[in-house]
Structure formats: C-alpha cells, structure tokens
Design a protein around this ligand. Sequence first.
Ligand SMILES: NC(=O)c1ccc[n+]([C@@H]2O[C@H](COP(=O)([O-])OP(=O)(O)OC[C@H]3O[C@@H](n4cnc5c(N)ncnc54)[C@H](O)[C@@H]3O)[C@@H](O)[C@H]2O)c1
Length: 284
Amino acid sequence: MQIKNIGVVGAGIMGSGISQVAASAGYNVILNDIEDKFIDRGLTAIFHSLERMVKKDKITSAEAKTISGRITRSKKLEDLSDVDFVVEAVIEDKTLKQDIFRQLDNICHSEVILSSNTSSISITSLAAVTSRPEKVIGMHFINPVPVMKLIEVIKGLDTSSETVKSVFDLAEIMGKVPVMAEDFPGFVSNRVLQVMINEGIYCLYEGVGTRESIDDIMKMCANHPMGPLELADLIGLDTVLNILNILYEGYGDPKYRPCPLLKKYVEAGLLGRKTGRGFYEYAK
Ligand SMILES: NC(=O)c1ccc[n+]([C@@H]2O[C@H](COP(=O)([O-])OP(=O)(O)OC[C@H]3O[C@@H](n4cnc5c(N)ncnc54)[C@H](O)[C@@H]3O)[C@@H](O)[C@H]2O)c1
C-alpha cells in the first residue's frame, strides 16, 4: 500500500516531532490531540523547530511553509478514517493506548498499519485489542525527533514481516535508521537508558553529587552529550516515571524501582522542560 497520508495521535513532544519529520519527507499529516491548546503547543514547537532550520540554512522559508502546510489539526480520532499509516504518541499509559488502538482498529481501513511510539509498553498487548495484530508494530522515535537518527522497531508476537518491511521503508524515507528490538518491557533503549537516569536521580537524592556535578561527571565520563538529569528533563519526568514503573512491573526486579525524588517531582507537577522546571529551570 502506498503511503501518502499519516495520522499522528498525540501532539506532545514526540507527536509534534514525528509530524514534522513526516511532513518534511513529503507526507500529509493529520495531527490529533484531545484539546486545542495541546495541538497549538505541538504546532508552535514545529514552527520554532522549522524556524531554527531556516536560520541554519538547512531549509528555505518557502520549504518551511510547505512543510507546515502539510499538517492538519484534528480533535476527533474519526478524522483518521482515510489515513494510510498511523503513529500513536499519547502519554505512556497502557490502558489509554489500548483504548486508542481499539478505536483506531474500527476507524482505519483494514490494510492500515497501526504503529506505537511507546517507550516501554508491550506491542503485543496493543495488537491484542485489534483485529489486525499482524499490522501492529512499535516505531520508537527518539527525542528530539528531527535530530535523532534512530528508530527502534519492535515486532509484536504476530507482527508480519511485510509490516516490518513497510516500517523500515518509511523510516528510511524519513531519513532515519531503523533497528529491530524484541518485544520485552523497555525494549533495548529504555531498558538501558532509564536505569542510568534513575541512578543519576538516586545520586542527587542521596547527596552523592549536585545536579551539575552528576551531569558533568556523566557527560565527561561516558562521552554523553547530556547528563542523566538534563536528559530526564528533556524526556519529561512523568514519562521517565511511567517507563520505570513499566520496567519495574514487567521484570519484577527492584533494580528498576523509581527513585522517591522522581515521584515527588512528578507529584509537584515539575515535569522538566515541558513545564519550565524539573531538575533545572527553563525560560518558558
Ligand atoms: N519524551 C521522550 O523523550 C520520548 C521518547 C521516545 C518515546 N516517547 C514516548 O512517546 C509517547 C508520547 O510521549 P511525549 O513525551 O510526547 O508525551 P507528552 O506528554 O509530551 O505528550 C503526550 C500527548 O498526548 C496527548 N493525549 C493524551 N490523551 C490523548 C488522547 N486520548 N488522544 C489524543 N492525544 C492524547 C496529550 O494531550 C499530550 O499532548 C509516550 O508513549 C512516550 O513514552 C517519549
């Protein structure tokens, strides 16, 4: 099936980045969220990102306009009835994602692939609520989507090899590098990454270092561009907590136990860059 129109569900950090990359690759995008203010926030993020690319001479202002012109806003999932491919990027909540997959299965044509950008939730469990498990797949883009090359591709128990091939082709058209991982909690990227981030937060909690010293040590020790606390703020502390809970429940192993300090920040609504304050403060 030739893909022309892509539906993206969730206009947050990831959904906006995915829409931008899809529109830049020439696809028409329907960007869906539950409230206008979330769609506005997503479209503003895309606008600023394209503006930065224009300033760096990566694209012209006419190209930036064409790219944003390919993105249509939507508040009803039914608007996705004619898309050729879906990427779901709502918050990391299994019940919510299953509910959306159930609805998408009724709304979208039977040949349409339903992909999820989940960081850690079982693809098999999302496929199980649909009548097309062979067409359900994980397409895990990395934040910030316009910059990061990797897409971790996760095959559920019944995902067909045709679906995997379509996703690999799409990833390459988007200028990304697809790499396969098996369907276990956190796949590869978040199983490894979140343990490091959580330990960084424990170091702060136990007074082993300050936020700056923890990040400086890890940047210079591991040659990472960001320290664990800066990275947690970039990802969103609610998302980090949700992923750690899924790893903790999925493996039943205490090594994934979320740090109480992380829980406290999330309870306070300090979610990182997206709310203006997490472990660091950000200008709004
Ligand atoms: N933040 C990251 O670094 C990152 C990286 C890779 C993958 N992910 C995954 O991507 C997904 C989205 O994460 P995010 O960081 O963009 O979160 P976010 O909080 O920035 O955005 C989530 C969006 O989903 C919307 N939403 C909630 N319920 C909805 C519904 N019923 N229908 C439509 N939209 C709905 C919210 O309004 C919000 O705009 C999660 O599964 C997360 O694990 C996140």
